[in-house]
Design a protein around this ligand. Sequence first.
Ligand code: ZN
Length: 657
Amino acid sequence: MHNLWDAAEAAHYTDDLHQRVYTSRLLGREQALVLHGGGNTSVKSTVSNIFGEDEPILYVKGSGWDLATIEAAGFAPVRMQHLLRLAQLETLSDAAMARELKAATIDPSAPAPSVEAILHAILPYKFVDHTHADAVVAITNTPDGRAYVEDVYGDSIVIVPYIMPGFALARHCAEHFPREAHAGTIGMLLMNHGIFSFGATAHESYDRMIALVSRAEAYLQQRNAWHISLPPAAPITRPIRDELALLRSRVCAVAGFPLVMTTHDDERSLGFARHPDIRTLAQQGPLTPDHVIRTRRVPLIGRDVQGYRAAYEQYFAEHAPRSSQPLTMLDPAPRVILDAEFGLCVLGRHAQDAAIVYDIYSHTIENILRATALGGYRALDAASLFEVEYWDLEQAKLKRQGAPPEFAGEVALVTGAASGIGRACAETLLKRGAAVVGLDINPEIEHTFQQAGWLGVQCDITNEAALFETLEKEVRRFGGLDMLILNAGIFSSSRPIADLTLKEWQGVLDVNLNANVTLLREAYPLLKLAPRSGRVVVIGTRNVAAPGKGAAAYSVSKAALTQLARVATLEWSRDNIRVNMIHPDAVFDTAIWTDEVLQSRAAAYGMTVEAYKSRNLLRTEVSSYDVAAMAAAMCGSLFAKTTGAQVPLDGGNERVV
Ligand code: ZN
């Protein structure tokens, strides 16, 4: 474990709180220390209150802040005196504790203090650092964990048996730490959970954390349990998109809502999924209990989703009666799947959630293998994990949660998404919670948006092989296809039929029509499996109902596409796939409408460009975002009972009405 302290950098952080910010960020840079919220830090200081009195305050990490990016405002200032008195109570429910912590801050706008705040308060040191370091949890998740820990640290640390984080743990430490600590104590280790270090300065506490974790790493190294290798595993090469989409649809059916599923076939993921002892290795539980909510207690091994559901329901029925209050069962669907053919599939309500589950499970794989090499992996017992999974604070959080975004867990594919209507559709669907795959011939598509829910693929949609490859990539990334927006289209220069070459005609039909035949055909098996039914939206044109002179190829291609969509409506209704069409006009903020096209179209109608632009009944311009909003509406509940509709979005056209 590298020590990242940099004296020059540290000098920019002047007071206690800013020194606290600096070393917290250093800890946050190491995933092997603090993976997705697994850790917190604090500093004890004094502030002058409104009465001019000095008041001792604990600045402790607030919830919702990540150590890697934390700022001074991310630390909740809590009255020390209140924290120390709380630690003396015989009992306190965690819900009451959370309320007390929030009420004891001196700033109503501060974030909620970490639930480990009391634990930080009772440790009699100015700076306290806490991480869930990989090496520490690997060593403690073994049958002889305690003996190894004593071997590694001697009496330089206080060892605390596993107790669920919350008031009970703080109470235990308040009682035992003063008895067991001595002048040489530099840390406190919590079995199956993590480690604390402390010091008089931020530097000292940070140095000790790195030293303590490095000792655990060195111990694993000495026992050949640090660098883990798995036999090389080659990913399968056959197309698996239909099989993946089927697996996702089964998981979503058990969850009761759509989830994004990302498949990873890197060497570690595949090697672990194909491990001969996978059932014993992976069926015990997570590395630290704080992973249980995101990953669930155990992964699904193989594809028997119904079997997983039954096992989860049994686990709930077994442990729930011991709770003091009625519990709401979480959905019984897996979030991690290990399949010998696919590798590691991770699921989440959003692509970002699935990415976090992947990070967590990658570390889990590594550390299960380390613990196995050291002396056998042994996770916490099911009852302790259940206690965390159904912690009253977590149950309360579930109740507070509002409705998820409209398209949470769903996947959309938009063609021609680098600009204009396609880009607006992609942006709108992303904002409403969908994962979106955007196709475009323009290579900029890959960077059109920067977020986990976006996959931009440069692709010539008239190339069948490229389309197959893209769909394969898409399903490996997001698990299926729920919404298909057929938007890509070209408008070659205006030309009367008398001058139209077959080549030009053919070129327009290839993009505007033929590519969509392939896409519809290939997307059909995926759309059939969409958890909330498949939707297709076709971006047509006003020209379908009211063609214009000189636009034969464009008008014919879009009219044929409309007819194709109508046939799809008929054929696919039995699969609950809805197909609807938008016929826009006067959308001038798209790549099609170059000045040249605009001038030639205006000329074709014998108008000026200005008159041409507002020649509709409402004398208005339609924007790409208006079309995108309509496309999203057609995918949403407003159009849940509509299929085969053709909606003009043209400001009103005399020849259409
Ligand atoms: Zn912790």
